[in-house]
Design a protein around this ligand. Structure first.
Ligand code: ATP
Ligand code: FE2
Length: 329
């Protein structure tokens, strides 16, 4: 079954083509909007970027299909990110998917972007029922299926996401964007003197904004080495995240763990996760970063998972900006 997936929830416009029966990603290309102001994304520029650039990826997909002696009309299903995300982006992904579906009379399905992040991890690792740590710029959530087979959030950040914490601190320290990789490098090169930072757990939830404020004060005091601050930032925010993961695994009795989202690139975080799983007799696995970040292949695969909902009635699947992992979609 040949499924084409379109991702456009925020900065990335991606198309993936997956041979779902054989669980093989055949094509996965994307364009990413980069804001050079260092602030958030300017919505008008974001829409302009996607509307002017999606054709490049679409034509690459067409050329790829040609190498298989196929065309869009040979697809079995078209899938797109229905939400959550930024309205301006979601509308463009939806428009492209609905146009393709109508033009070639291919069934369409709208999918939940977060479920797609999780399901591609299961597909690539062969894990059946893992505890997920979903850590991107905006999101920090600990998710797994409950006894009824529905995804449930077991713990999350009550304010900023892990990635944003790294990015905000890096911006403050003049380290540029994205912050995660450069903070990781400075921490690895430092003397690794641990400086105590707020370790904020509220039941199964965490808060990270206080850690940012504390780091800001310490940085501005000029009393600490930048490398040591980077090291302490990593140690503290990853430890607090691991503590919630471990508690959730103990509570649910899950025996597998995966990390999805851009922060999965952190070697220190994955090391801690591996150690924690080893101590619990659980399995930890990872998969290539191109599938842990926003991409079209994960949307194609999720379309396959949700194929029962597919229809050629394109009035279905309105964009859904504010859904979460526990939503029906
Ligand atoms: P969202 O998907 O929630 O809208 P996003 O698209 O910004 O957020 P991703 O693209 O999944 O998130 O991940 C980017 C984030 O990952 C950035 O905040 C970046 O700093 C962080 N990151 C990347 N590498 C590392 C690392 N080695 N250590 C920590 N954080 C990292
Ligand atoms: Fe995402």
């Amino acid at each position: 079954m040949l499924v084409l997936g379109i991702e456009c929830t925020a900065h990335t416009f991606g198309i993936g083509i997956v041979d779902c029966k054989n669980k093989k990603v055949l094509f996965n290309e994307k364009n990413q909007y980069k804001d050079d102001t260092g602030g958030g994304m300017e919505l008008r520029k974001l829409s302009e970027f996607h509307t002017s650039n999606f054709t490049t990826i679409l034509l690459k997909a067409k050329q790829f299909l040609k190498t298989l002696n196929k065309d869009f009309s040979d697809l079995d299903l078209i899938s797109f990110s229905q939400g959550p995300g930024i309205g301006n982006s979601l509308k463009i992904g939806s428009l492209v998917a609905k146009t393709l579906s109508t033009q070639y009379n291919i069934p369409l399905v709208g999918v939940n972007h977060i479920k797609a992040h999780l399901e591609i991890g299961k597909m690539l690792t062969g894990f059946k029922d893992p505890m997920f740590l979903y850590v991107s710029g905006v999101n920090t959530q600990i998710i797994a299926k409950d006894d009824f087979g529905k995804y449930k959030i077991y713990g999350e950040t009550e304010d900023i996401g892990l990635g944003n914490l790294f990015d905000s601190f890096a911006r403050l320290a003049g380290l540029g964007f994205p912050g995660g990789p450069v903070v990781e490098q400075l921490a690895a090169d430092s003397k690794q003197n641990y400086i105590e930072l707020p370790y904020s757990l509220k039941g199964m939830n965490i808060t990270l904004a206080g850690m940012y404020t504390n780091l800001k004060q310490k940085l501005e005091s000029g009393k600490y080495e930048l490398g040591d601050l980077c090291y302490s930032l990593q140690e503290t925010c990853f430890a607090v995240s691991m503590e919630v993961c471990e508690r959730a695994m103990a509570y649910t009795n899950k025996k597998e763990m995966l990390i999805v989202g851009g922060v999965a690139a952190s070697k220190r975080l994955t090391f801690m996760a591996k150690e924690m799983c080893k101590l619990r007799g659980a399995k930890y696995d990872s998969f290539p970063m191109q599938y842990a970040m926003d991409n079209g292949a994960m949307i194609a695969w999720q379309g396959f998972v949700d194929k029962k909902k597919a229809t050629t009635d394109i009035t279905k699947f309105p964009i859904a900006q504010y859904i979460n992992i526990e939503s029906e979609i």
